[in-house]
Design a protein. Structure first.
Length: 409
């Protein structure tokens, strides 16, 4: 980036007035308000993430545990999880702050520019050093002792750190990254708008006052699956797809599963084989309300409701109506952290259907489904495009940093 500059390698610990880990704060030490406990989740790549969910400790706890206060301008380095070694500068906030034990506090000597050091810490040249010293099998991390030995390339003048040069480099990178951030924000806005197009069409379609309202049980049959005994391993060594509720993700063509069961498992449990075309809905847990349509016969566990529309109701029409109605359905779910819905609740759901001659109109249903599918397909293509653009900008950020710090030694 700057060809005529002289560079000197310096260890991170040698450029700091403070190089220390945060504090060990357990759940019992936390309070509803007080001094903000900044955690690894707040440390992004280059940027600080100010999340809504904040944890605090009281002034008394701060004193009792002899906590180290952090300040705006300090750099925090995350020693785990991936990407290990990522860093950001602490901004000004309305709170006093401390940080967690897996974050290393880097407070620089006055001859070092925080923005320059922050960019350099996140560059590939530094990350490669960090990952050579990562330890641990299940939870990888770098120790503060090893982190202290990571070397940074510092511009020098007359044998001393060149603060003006550091600021000049940081200023140029600030401009580049500001433009990148603006572009990414536009992509995210487009992505957010695009994600609503299918639902907007569903809202328009199913708000039609000419549609007749039935209860789901009037136009569909429902049942659920079962779980063969885990104590018999032979039950799980068959060819019949066995879907669990967590595998439902609004897929309109479900043909495979994580596990398979045997014919004997079907005979000796509540599990059933459902035909292709069956609409599935998750009734329990994190995926409650999520849907799927079988494109091949399969069985499910008891956390999945199998919905078979009557002959005058299209399965895809039912899928899209349940997709549209999901938020209302989940509001009626019972349970705490893991909400549940029952077959009884599902059977009573109001289903709006177009009529012709006082009978469900299959032709109109097909028209509605075709239009929604076309909109959904376009939405998926645009969402995929925006996601790829986001990845390109992330790669571009990394490339900019890498090229910026291909320095002379």
């Amino acid at each position: 980036m700057i060809m005529n500059t002289k560079w000197r390698k310096q260890k991170i610990s040698d450029i700091a007035t403070v190089f220390d880990d945060g504090n060990w704060i357990e759940s019992k030490d936390q309070s509803p308000k007080g001094i903000w406990l900044v955690q690894t989740g707040n440390i992004g790549v280059i940027v600080f993430r100010d999340k809504e969910m904040k944890r605090f400790v009281s002034e008394d706890t701060f004193k009792r545990l002899d906590c180290t206060e952090i300040f705006a301008g300090d750099i925090l380095i995350s020693r785990l999880p991936d990407p290990i070694g990522r860093a950001c500068i602490i901004p000004k906030t309305a709170y006093r702050m401390i940080t967690a034990v897996d974050c290393t506090i880097l407070r620089l000597k006055k001859e070092y520019e925080p923005r320059y050091i922050n960019y350099l810490l996140n560059a590939e040249q530094t990350k490669s050093q960090v990952y050579q010293m990562v330890t641990g099998s299940s939870r990888k991390r770098i120790s503060r002792k090893n982190l202290a030995t990571v070397e940074l390339s510092i511009p020098t003048k007359d044998g001393k750190p060149d603060l003006a040069e550091q600021k000049q480099i940081a200023d140029k990178l600030d401009k580049v990254f500001s433009e990148i951030a603006k572009s990414v924000d536009k992509i995210k806005l487009n992505k957010k708008y695009t994600s609503k197009t299918t639902y907007s069409e569903l809202l328009t379609t199913f708000s039609d006052e000419d549609l007749k309202t039935y209860s789901l049980e009037e136009v569909c049959d429902t049942t659920s699956g079962g779980t063969p005994s885990r104590s018999n391993s032979a039950y799980y060594n068959g060819d019949i797809s066995w879907l669990k509720s967590g595998e439902l993700n609004d897929n309109r063509s479900l043909s495979s599963s994580e596990e398979h069961i045997s014919e004997d498992a079907i005979k000796k449990s509540n599990a059933k084989v459902f035909p292709s075309g069956t609409v599935l809905m998750a009734m329990y847990g994190a995926t409650v309300g999520k849907l799927g349509i079988l494109s091949a016969s399969a069985s499910t566990n008891q956390a999945v409701c199998a919905i078979t529309p009557h002959k005058n109701i299209l399965n895809e029409y039912m899928f899209w109506y349940l997709y549209f109605y999901r938020d209302e359905l989940v509001k009626k779910a019972f349970g705490g952290a893991q909400p549940n819905i029952s077959q009884t609740l599902i059977r009573k759901l109001p289903i709006k259907v177009p009529l012709k001659d006082n009978q469900p109109d299959l032709v109109k249903q097909k028209e509605i489904v075709a239009k929604i599918n076309a909109i959904q397909e376009k939405q998926e293509k645009l969402t995929d495009l925006f996601s790829r653009q986001e990845k390109l900008f992330a790669s571009f950020r990394s490339s900019v940093l890498s090229q910026s710090f291909q320095m002379q030694t």
